[in-house]
Design a protein around this ligand. Structure first.
Ligand code: ADP
Ligand code: MG
Length: 328
């Protein structure tokens, strides 16, 4: 069972970023409104996620660390409802198989909480303790028992950078949650959780970029989208600044990328890419979700509509701004 978990773990947790992602998604599923993420050595020696969510009942704690244990999926149809982020029941078991995990959790209705220790998939202890409502998970010495996987990792600095990128996307996709991101005891990112996208973009990108942003909105019909696009002057040499979210989830989609690039084309030099932070609301029945663990890809059944609307709102917004077209 431990070997199976270690193999499965390789698929779910390929690097520290994946651990952070899975744990934050669990906190979000647990209705947390405040989440603190702390890492040391790029997440290799230490990851701690603290939330103020529902907590876990004593009897459910060991269960949560068993493979395919999930409290979130009842039928196959649920797989197509991406409103619930986690659905595989493999994250905690996979993480615990390849690290030393300490869980501290308390349900608001309970007088006391519990501390649970599991290392390399082996339960060490479960004891009653006093602690705040919610859940804290500490992951120490990731891949301590799978040195081969550890060798695939980049430097601590690079791994921390991956987690930083993830944090930015998660903060943008959940403006109603207050996040704190602490790297080697230093506060790096902080969001207020006041549900204001403009504030979130300011908190992540700072003043120089946020003052160059333009509001866009299209709320009629099946595809609803709103958010901010950058003036062409804040272009980048890669697509890192092209963000869009469908139903609260950061995703990649060829059609949306193409629509954004086509709309900006008159104003952009070759190999330059714009800033966007677009929030789509699309009926889940129009989405094709790939259920592979690390997949961000999503197919749209109404991609023509999405293309047209995306292009249109960007072109219309840029048109009124007396921007200088790029002459090639
Ligand atoms: P999944 O998220 O796919 O259900 P996980 O292995 O990620 O599977 O988590 C297993 C279970 O542990 C969850 O279904 C949930 O019941 C519980 N759980 C995990 N993290 C938290 C958390 N932060 N707060 C409350 N419950 C949690
Ligand atoms: Mg999960």
């Amino acid at each position: 069972e431990n070997t199976i978990n270690q193999i499965a773990a390789g698929e779910v947790v390929e690097r520290p970023r994946a651990v952070v992602k899975e744990l934050i998604e669990n906190s979000i599923d647990a209705k947390a409104t405040a989440i603190t993420v702390e890492i040391k050595e790029g997440g290799l020696s230490f990851i701690r996620i603290t939330d103020n969510g529902t907590g876990i009942a004593k009897d459910d704690i060991p269960l949560a660390f068993m493979r395919h244990a999930t409290s979130k999926i009842r039928t196959a149809e649920d797989l197509f409802d991406i409103k619930s982020l986690g659905f595989r029941g493999e994250a905690l078991s996979s993480i615990a198989a390849v690290s030393q995990v300490e869980l501290i959790t308390k349900e608001p209705s309970s007088l006391n909480g519990y501390r649970y220790i599991i290392e390399g998939g082996e339960e060490k202890s479960l004891e009653e303790i006093g602690c705040p409502d919610g859940t804290t998970i500490i992951v120490r010495n990731l891949f301590f028992n799978t040195p081969a996987r550890r060798k695939f990792l980049k430097s601590a600095k690079t791994e921390a950078g991956y987690i930083n990128d993830l944090m930015e996307k998660l903060i943008m996709s959940h403006p109603g949650i207050s996040f704190r991101f602490i790297v080697n005891n230093k506060l790096i990112l902080q969001s207020s959780g006041n549900n204001n996208i403009k504030d979130v973009l300011y908190q992540i990108y700072g003043r120089d970029i946020s003052k160059e942003l333009l509001y866009v909105k299209h709320f009629a019909g099946d595809v609803k989208v709103s958010g901010f696009i950058g003036k062409p002057t804040i272009s980048r040499g890669n697509r890192n600044f092209m963000n869009y979210f469908i139903n609260g989830r950061y995703i990649k989609n060829y059609i949306i990328t193409k629509a954004i690039e086509d709309a900006y084309k008159p104003y952009m030099m070759q190999h330059k890419y714009p800033f966007t932070s677009l929030y789509y609301e699309i009926d889940p029945s129009l989405l094709d979700v790939n259920v592979h663990p690390q997949k961000l890809e999503l197919k749209l059944k109404n991609s023509d509509d999405v293309y047209e609307i995306t292009c249109k709102i960007i072109k219309e917004t840029l048109a009124g701004k007396e921007l200088i077209p790029h002459i090639s």
